[in-house]
Write a protein that binds this ligand. Structure first.
Ligand SMILES: Cc1ncc(COP(=O)(O)O)c(C=O)c1O
Length: 471
């Protein structure tokens, strides 16, 4: 097959897959799938036979989770926006690394354009940015910039001999912040988990008391507010934390991986992100709620030009970059790799650029507001249903609920069994979590094709599954 025939066959396979989607998954357990895929079959090795390649491809499509299915309610992302899918293909076909202007001239400019758009909308002035491999990484880079700006010698001399550094986060913050504390030599014991109020946001009074206590003896260098906690969807009170920042002088980072993009909707920004423009840094995933193809993340730094390049830039990079780690930079340097922790950088800007140009900000705002309305609808369904119960009050988008049972232990087992049954029967896939010994289901709505009928169907699936479980 020549290249043209190959691409044509690939497109035919895509359409075949797209037309065949009925359930979100053709469930097989690991053993069954192993046998079907027969990955250890040596007869398919070294053949250089395209038929074998397409056989694997078809199997992949057949058994992967169809994340754009309206009953795939399990993750913070679903099927991606079509413009971003097209450009993701272009990214793969052109196969370049976005570390130097020389090798990636168009994507470098598109990335700079996209970032200038985001800095403007978030109202960060004189800012810097990094498109990273996700919010986990963005959280770590933000913590690293905060650490290096607090202890100027740390880049050269390490943490040895420094006064102990302490960071503060919501006790329900994402585990990537623990990883960051581990990687950066802060130590996970020095990442203080602040208890939450009953809505799952950091208790601001307790945070104030902890800051007062720790700042007497140690360096309080970093507070990460979460804009949409992973499990409950709680928003830490940014404006209140800013008052504390003004008193104690830490770096305020906002982890908006999940619902940070509410900044695109003026109404929701006012409700959930008030004060964001005064934070030191802010990260969010365009691949989650906004629906750009995975991975698409941005870390924005406020009012601190060259912070990222001086934080991340080290070592001899003469062989690759025009400009180097600690030296003075100019706007036109072009090489985005200088600010990055990686050398090779996947081109993530193309898909974001095209999504943005195709839909524009107002469309994203409407989409998020629509999700919000659907969450209200789902909450009302739960409240009206005699069988179901909200586990926590809904603060924003996450819906944590259970099928009720008068015995807590049995309730946990029952809800776990319902989730598993729905998954194995390929009816619905919903996420779950456990807080304080209580297991519950967590419904996430971030698929633009979902309607109220799909939400009704999901709850009916839950109730029907219970009727077939004897607990
Ligand atoms: C609040 C929060 N922060 C960070 C992350 C990590 O994001 P990523 O998957 O882009 O690394 C997540 C992921 O779910 C999250 O919910």
């Amino acid at each position: 097959m020549n290249k043209q025939e190959l691409y044509q066959k690939l497109i035919d396979t895509f359409f075949e897959y797209d037309g065949a989607k009925k359930d979100f998954l053709a469930y097989k357990n690991e053993q069954e799938l192993k046998e079907i895929l027969d990955l250890w079959d040596t007869s398919r090795e070294w053949n250089q036979d395209w038929e074998d390649v397409f056989w694997y491809l078809q199997k992949y499509f057949q058994y992967c989770a169809k994340t754009d299915h309206p009953q795939f309610l399990n993750r913070m992302w679903t099927g991606a926006n079509t413009p971003s899918v097209l450009w993701e293909m272009a990214t793969v076909l052109t196969n370049v690394s976005a570390c130097t202007y020389e090798s990636a001239p168009v994507s470098t400019l598109m990335e700079k354009y996209m970032v200038s758009e985001m800095l403007k909308i978030v109202w960060f002035e004189n800012g810097e940015w990094q498109m990273t491999t996700g919010s986990s990484n963005a959280n770590m880079i933000a913590m690293m910039a905060a650490r290096n700006s607090r202890q100027k010698s740390i880049k050269q001399q390490g943490v040895f001999g420094c006064r102990a550094l302490f960071a503060f986060v919501n006790q329900e913050s994402h585990y990537s912040l623990d990883k960051a504390a581990n990687i950066l030599g802060i130590g996970t014991d020095n990442l203080i988990k602040v208890p939450t109020d009953r809505f799952g946001a950091m208790d601001i009074r307790i945070l104030g008391e902890l800051l007062e206590e720790y700042s007497q003896k140690w360096e309080v260098f970093f507070v990460a507010a979460t804009a949409g906690t992973t499990v409950r969807g709680a928003y830490d009170p940014i404006s209140e934390i800013i008052k504390l920042r003004n008193k104690y002088g830490f770096w305020l980072h906002v982890d908006g991986a999940w619902w940070g993009p509410v900044f695109l909707s003026p109404v929701l920004r006012e409700r959930f992100l008030s004060g964001i423009e005064e934070a030191e840094s802010f990260c969010f995933d365009f691949h989650k709620m906004p629906g750009t193809a995975l991975i698409c993340n941005m870390l924005l730094i406020n009012n601190k030009k060259w912070m990222l390049s001086s934080t991340c830039g080290v070592g001899n990079t003469d062989y690759i970059f025009k400009d180097h780690g600690d030296e003075i930079h100019s706007e036109d340097d072009g090489d985005l790799g200088v600010m990055s922790l990686q050398c090779g950088r996947r081109v993530e800007s193309l898909k974001l650029f095209l999504d943005w140009k195709y839909y524009w900000a107002a469309w994203f705002a409407k989409k998020i507001e629509h999700y919000y309305q659907l969450c209200e609808y789902a909450e009302n369904y739960i409240k009206k249903s005699p069988e179901l119960q909200m586990m926590f009050p809904r603060v924003s988008f996450n819906l944590c609920f259970v099928y009720q049972h008068d015995n807590l232990k049995k309730q946990n087992i029952l809800n776990e069994a319902i989730r598993e049954k729905l998954y194995r029967e390929s009816k619905s896939l919903v996420w779950s979590a456990t807080i304080q010994g209580r297991y519950f289901l967590r419904l996430l709505i971030c698929n633009e094709d979902i309607t109220t009928t799909d939400i009704d169907q999901f709850f009916q699936n839950v109730i029907e599954a219970k009727n077939e479980i004897d607990i």
